[in-house]
Write a protein that binds this ligand. Sequence first.
Ligand SMILES: Nc1nc2c(c(=O)[nH]1)N[C@@H](CN(C=O)c1ccc(C(=O)N[C@@H](CCC(=O)O)C(=O)O)cc1)CN2
Length: 287
Amino acid sequence: MEPRRWILTLTCEDRVGIVAGVSGFLSRNQGFIVDSQQYADLETGRFFMRVVFQRGGGGFPDGADALREAFAPVAGELALDWSLSPADHRPRAVIAVSKGLHCLHDLLHRARSGALSVEIAAVVSNHAAARELVEWHGIDFHHLPIEPGGRAAQEQALLGVMADADAELLVLARYMQVLSEDLAARVSGRCINIHHSFLPGFKGAKPYHRAHARGVKLIGATAHFVTGDLDEGPIIEQAVERVDHRDDIDALVRIGRDIEAQVLARAVNAYGERRLFLNGGKTVVFR
Ligand SMILES: Nc1nc2c(c(=O)[nH]1)N[C@@H](CN(C=O)c1ccc(C(=O)N[C@@H](CCC(=O)O)C(=O)O)cc1)CN2
């Protein structure tokens, strides 16, 4: 049987000796490195690293707690912000959606076919349109309409669903409500939105209409971490497709749906596989 694999991710203030410190720890503990990627941002002075490793011989710490206990002194010495988990761990996620269900369909299908690296724990929506689809997949659906003056209560209910589902990640899969500053702060670094344009172009509502009016030759989609500032969060993934004068707004919307679904799934998988790091107003995404 293949030995269990582990993923160590870390970030820290950059200095000489980080890679040596980590690889030295693994060597001393019979850790066999399967994949290692690191990046030094010379502008911010931050360092990022992701190591995939497995048991390489006798003396390898047995289990997550033993590994974390063994690594903690090294991490303290190097002043690391770190996380260590089994490679097959899939973070639990809540998906939020409004009336456009194409990204939700895609995520549910990928989850069902084992191609999604997060576990969909529940789906919430300010409309009831997705209930039948979600329940067909055997997943909890929560209809959280926004009553007049009820945005704060609705957001509390959304946080309640995340807590009850033990979910760490919130995915806005064409959820057309602007999260409050408070909610955005509470899910900072663990909330991913898909915006239906190639940011920074065409922020806000109805980007395809405005792209058509502008006569663009490329349209795209952008997955980003959510912040309190609409469509301003750190970009995780983007893609574009060529369009031309023959493509009316309906065509742009149709072409855009596929781009949105693909870009969002890539971003969610980067998060689930611990390949994604916040780096100030930007991100580091290991391939
Ligand atoms: N705090 C944030 N919340 C959300 C973000 C974000 O970047 N920061 N992105 C949106 C998604 N989105 C574009 O990608 C978007 C959604 C909604 C709107 C908008 O103007 N909504 C209106 C209501 C529209 C309606 O009811 O249909 C509003 O909220 O008043 C613009 C952009 C998700 N949330």
